[in-house]
Design a protein around this ligand. Structure first.
Ligand code: ZN
Ligand code: ZN
Ligand code: FE
Length: 754
């Protein structure tokens, strides 16, 4: 035999916790090569030696194959000195540097494991079954590198059988860190009627009985507790709605399988791929028929997802219903509950039973929400199954912490050329959510070995995320809200050149002291110029307008008709309390607590109120969602809009009122209004392009979750030869803003060091 030659190979990307080392081991054995593989926190490193002719074949296989969830970014191969090793071994992990490799998001249970639940004697019906291709990851990890003792599995000692599988390279669970079985792994406990049940089949049949009887059951999931009931039982659904208090949002629905989803919604091929992916997000789908009113509260979309824990699959086997409401186990804007003790107290009075298990959730992680729009997936809430996958960016963002917005907060930290966006945190004004926010920032700093040296925040002085940054005593770069939205999208697509940025949302602090939210900008990562915007609207009562949308309705009418608007003979005016009308009019006249806003969301609110479809909003963006929901797609005409530096909708409002008086139907009015918005975007962008010659258009801001506006606008602009970008893996709403802040701060630092 010839002298062995050797190679040293580095594999970077998401290669930890996804069965990569076992995969390498099997490959080495197949090729009859010796050496070792080790998880370092910056990469998987392979030493491989043997026959000079075989080594390239090994490398080729390494490049062409990989476990399902792995995402290999780079493989570097260097010649090395042979050590005359006898065997191929997996070495224990080394904590060598401050660099970290990727942490895998949580992965839905795989088909092989579901099979094993029926076949393997020690895992019959075992609900925490997992393998190298599936199971919890981010939700249980507390340090790096990913090994069992650095997860919340550390308290469970492997039994002999599990250990032998863990050590057997031919086994599917070779080095599966959360490996477990009926004998040695985590267990469920059902708490009901002052009793405890630990037998899993008995648990399933009891939970199924409660669901059939219309009860609510609290269930500990992967990233937190869910509240669950039969989605097709109206009483159960309304009971759950009452139990969740103040909340008016639509509920997410877990369907038995794809076939059941198709009974209630349209599912395109792309949407089916999203639904069945290992990330198992909630996918917003257009409904065919309503479930029960309490689930989708009259909207034409359903947030659908499929089972992703063994428990979900087993439960559906015992049930006849096609669908369960599975909503996050929290109240109002509080974070989702993750501790057993908290759940037992919080849910005691509203549920028939509470299901816990004895492994801790370390990282809280809500269900993710996504939608397929304009030819791509568009993430709306980025959490379980997506976080903490990093985003590769074109700038050095190392050591920067971007603190995000205030609502739908996510923060973002920079590590080299990677941006790591946190899971969905929520509304920071809620005290518990704020605590969660500060905790997770500390965790990310530790996990990714980062000591921030520069902070990036919103320009809004009162955002809690801004104040948090200002109190750290580190240099802070403040970034205008809509500039950050646009920069986030630029980061995702690697754009570093002037773009036409169109940013539509509810509110964001503007540099003129007013609230912005319908901005046409020429932007780079360095700076922006505000070219056009929707005309300002006075908001009588300030922040009150977000729930009391009738206030904005009055303001729009006042702007167009003056104080005689109250003589208009339309249902909206007739239904208003006259005294209230007088006092709001007076406030508008005297400009008392009537801040100005160019927020696109506010215009939608006002029109929805005038049209009578939503005068009071129970949840964020309800009015625009209702308006979109009733729209008649066959209608192609529009109202008049005056395109100026301040785009004026006065004529639109006049024509809406005229249509209402003439009893034109709501679907038609809604379509005409939507078409007016689309046209105004198209016209404004065309003008800016004419002036500047810029052909790249970035759409950003939460208003672009409106599928009708987004798809039509994208098509119109693309037909004109413009390149149009809208966030896909990064939310276009405030959940993505931290990435934009991070990029603007990185560019600021770069410029400063020049
Ligand atoms: Zn599996
Ligand atoms: Zn075991
Ligand atoms: Fe925003």
């Amino acid at each position: 035999m010839s002298e062995p030659t050797a190679l040293l190979i580095r594999v970077e990307g998401r290669v930890q916790g996804v069965g990569y080392r076992p995969f390498v081991y099997r490959l080495a054995k197949q090729h009859n090569l010796s050496g070792w593989v080790v998880n370092r926190n910056d990469a998987v490193v392979i030493k491989i030696e043997g026959d000079a002719g075989t080594l390239p074949l090994f490398v080729e296989d390494l490049r062409n194959q990989a476990p399902v969830v792995a995402e290999v970014k780079e493989i570097t191969v260097d010649n090395d000195i042979p050590e005359y090793l006898q065997d191929f071994r997996i070495l224990s992990s080394q904590d060598l540097s401050d660099e970290t490799s990727e942490i895998s998001p949580d992965i839905a249970v795989c088909p092989d494991c579901l099979d094993d639940m029926r076949r393997q004697s020690h895992r019959l019906d075992y609900p925490f079954i997992n393998c190298t291709n599936c199971g919890p990851r981010f939700s249980i990890i507390h340090d790096f590198p990913y090994d069992r003792d650095k997860t919340t599995m550390s308290g469970f000692t492997m039994c002999e059988v599990c250990r032998s599988e863990y050590e057997n390279m031919l086994d599917r669970r070779f080095h599966a860190q959360p490996i477990a079985c009926n004998a040695c792994g985590p267990k469920y406990t059902l708490h009901y009627d002052d009793r405890l049940e630990e037998n899993f089949p008995a648990i399933i049949s009891t939970v199924a009985r409660y669901i059939r009887e219309g009860s609510i059951v609290a269930v500990k999931g992967v990233g937190g507790f869910h509240l669950m009931c039969d989605a097709l039982n109206p009483e159960a659904v309304s009971r759950l709605r009452n139990a969740k208090k103040r909340e008016g949002k639509p509920f997410a629905v877990m369907f038995r399988d794809l076939l059941s989803v198709k009974k209630f919604t349209h599912v395109s091929e792309h949407e089916a791929i999203l639904l069945t992916s290992w990330r198992r997000p909630i996918v917003l789908l257009n409904s065919i028929k309503e479930m029960t009113r309490g689930v989708c509260i009259g909207l034409n979309t359903i947030g659908a997802f499929l089972p992703y824990m063994p428990f979900h699959y087993r439960l559906f086997k015992e049930l006849h219903t096609d669908a369960l409401v599975l909503t996050s186990g929290n109240f109002a804007e509080e974070p989702i509950v993750i501790e057993n003790e908290t759940a037992l107290i919080a849910f005691r009075d509203i549920t028939g039973a509470i299901l816990t298990y004895n492994r801790d959730i370390f990282n809280r992680n809500d269900d993710s929400v996504t939608r397929f729009m304009g030819g791509k997936e568009r993430i709306i809430r980025r959490s379980r199954g997506y976080v903490p996958s990093p985003i590769d960016v074109s700038l050095n963002v190392d050591g920067i912490l971007a603190t995000g917005a205030e609502l739908s907060n996510c923060f973002c930290i920079g590590k080299g050329n990677q941006a790591i966006l946190s899971q969905h945190i929520g509304d920071l004004k809620n005290a518990e959510t704020y605590v969660f926010y500060t905790e997770i920032i500390e965790r990310f700093k530790k996990l990714y070995r980062i000591t921030p040296s520069l902070l990036a925040t919103d320009m809004h002085p009162d955002y809690l995320s801004t104040r948090y940054a200002q109190n750290l005593g580190i240099e802070v770069v403040t970034v205008q809200h809509h500039h950050a939205h646009i920069a986030a999208c630029m980061a995702e697509y690697g754009l570093d050149e002037p773009v036409i940025g169109v940013c539509f949302d509810g509110t964001g602090y503007g540099t003129d002291g007013n609230t912005w939210g319908s901005e046409f900008m020429v932007a780079t990562l360095d700076e922006f110029r505000r070219c056009m915007h929707f005309d300002y609207i006075a908001l009588p009562g300030g922040d009150k307008v977000t729930s009391e949308t009738w206030r904005t309705g009055i303001s729009l009418l006042y702007k167009v008709y003056g104080k005689h608007f109250s003589d208009l003979d339309i249902p909206f005016i007739r239904d208003l309390d006259k005294k209230v009308v007088v006092s709001v009019t007076e406030a508008l006249e005297k400009k008392i607590n009537t801040p100005l806003s160019s927020g696109c969301g506010r215009l939608f609110d006002g029109i929805a109120a005038i049209a009578g479809i939503c005068t009071h909003a129970l949840f964020h963006a309800e009015a625009p969602m209702r308006l979109e929901s009733v729209l008649a797609e066959r209608i192609t005409d529009r109202y008049d809009v005056e395109i100026n530096t301040a785009i004026c909708f006065d004529e639109t409002i006049r024509q809406v009122v005229k249509d209402i008086k003439e009893n034109i139907s709501l679907p038609v009015i809604s379509a005409r209004f939507h078409n007016s918005i689309i046209w105004s975007i198209f016209e404004s962008v065309s003008q800016i392009r004419q002036e500047t010659g810029i052909t790249k258009v970035v759409l950003a801001g939460g208003s672009f979750q409106n599928k009708y506006v987004t798809e039509k606008t994208m098509r119109l602009l693309a037909d004109k030869g413009l390149d149009v970008y809208l966030g896909s893996q990064i939310p276009c709403n405030d959940g993505g803003i931290a990435l934009g802040q991070l990029m603007v701060a990185a560019r600021y630092r770069e410029n400063k060091s020049r």
